[in-house]
Design a binder for this molecule. Structure first.
Ligand code: TXA
Ligand code: MG
Length: 342
């Protein structure tokens, strides 16, 4: 299939060019587009055949439901049959932005979108291109991350082209994703709000608005052995690079020497070792971040880059599990086969 690549200035996107992509969406085609979190692979959420195509193109298990993206808060009432006060509060506070809210769905949502659940996940993104695309399409847009299953979520247009060129009709290239990790997902279809996936909107921010939230077992309470798979996505193996990922976290004074020690050990075995962290480590393949936000933004990009460079070991410096650090550690822990706490 021929893929039309539309390159847009993220600050001043050409509305006409977005219009041609919106037309494709309306006609049942797939369009990859930037959002502030990661790139998405969109289809008209009300068109069952178009949505089925997303699963085919990505190679995604069909019982893993999709997030429906909207460009106007009012659309929520057309998609959800109950919109509790708590949801309105979060929508007012955090939309447009990196927060997905799970609500009881209306029948208009095809089963293929909700993975046969009684709920639908809804998000209004803040990225200008995404908003304009959804607005011009005039339909809600179902979109998972625009990667092939087995790859990390794409945070640059290049990642999307690598994964989806010649597989879909349109890829909109609109700069790097500002956040770099997928949206926070909160389930408000139950009595007590449940955080299903941590993200840039933090657990602390949600607690401020809602008073009380529960964390999913996978996110927080692994040791308690609570097998609550509320978010179907959580039961699937998460992406981890071909390289072995080693996550080192704990007190900073101990983390830095520990990482240097691990680096030297593998290096003497003749391995190619990369490090992503905050200190200027000894490795020639080090990516130094200035803060947690930057580490979140580059994590998936570095995983792809180091795999391309046939790195054997990637050492990731962990952070405190608070604020955005909770989301970062959630993704890093899933990718790492070795977790070292010092
Ligand atoms: O930042 C993001 O959320 C990106 C951009 C494109 O918006 N999208 C994204 O989609 O990460 P995806 O499909 O990779 O992740 C969606 C997550 C999955 O874990 C899925 O199981 C969960 O949301 N989800 C979707 N609908 C749900 C529902 N009705 N109930 C519970 N979890 C749901
Ligand atoms: Mg994904």
């Amino acid at each position: 299939m021929h893929t039309t690549i539309i390159r847009l200035d993220p600050k001043k996107p050409d509305k006409k060019k977005i219009g041609s992509a919106a037309q494709i969406l309306r006609k049942g085609g797939l369009v990859a587009f930037p959002t502030e979190t990661v790139y998405g692979l969109g289809a008209n959420a009300l068109d069952e055949i178009a949505v089925k195509n997303i699963f085919v193109v990505k190679g995604r298990p069909s019982d893993n439901p999709l997030i429906v993206h909207i460009a106007d808060k009012k659309e929520v009432y057309k998609l959800a049959r109950e919109v509790p006060k708590k949801a309105v509060k979060l929508m007012d506070k955090f939309w447009p932005g990196p927060l997905t809210i799970v609500l009881k769905k209306r029948d208009i949502i095809p089963d293929v979108v909700s993975g046969n659940l009684d709920t639908v996940a809804i998000r209004m993104p803040s990225n200008k291109i995404a908003l304009e695309l959804i607005k011009q399409a005039g339909v809600p847009v179902a979109a998972p991350s625009a990667n092939l299953s087995g790859k990390p979520s794409p945070t640059t247009a290049d990642h999307v082209v690598d994964d989806l060129n010649r597989k879909i009709p349109v890829i909109i290239c609109g700069g790097n994703a500002k956040i770099g990790l997928e949206s926070t997902v909160i389930d408000l279809s139950t009595k007590i709000p449940m955080l299903l996936r941590p993200g840039r909107i933090t657990a602390e921010q949600l607690v401020d608005e809602l008073g009380k939230i529960r964390m999913s077992s996978i996110v927080y309470c692994k040791k308690k052995k609570l097998k609550v798979f509320r978010s179907p996505g959580m039961k699937y193996r998460h992406y981890s690079p071909n390289a072995k990922v080693i996550l080192v976290y704990g007190s900073r004074e101990k983390v830095v020497p520990k990482i240097n020690e691990i680096y030297r050990r593998y290096k003497t075995q003749g391995k190619k070792v990369a490090i992503v962290g905050f200190d200027d480590y000894v490795s020639d393949l080090t990516f130094v971040c200035k803060d947690v936000d930057e580490l979140g933004k580059v994590l998936f990009d570095k995983f792809r880059e180091f795999d391309d460079e046939k790195v054997d070991i990637i050492i990731v410096e962990g952070v405190k599990e608070e604020g955005f650090g909770l989301a970062l550690m959630n993704r890093a822990k899933k990718a790492a086969s070795i977790h070292i706490k010092v």
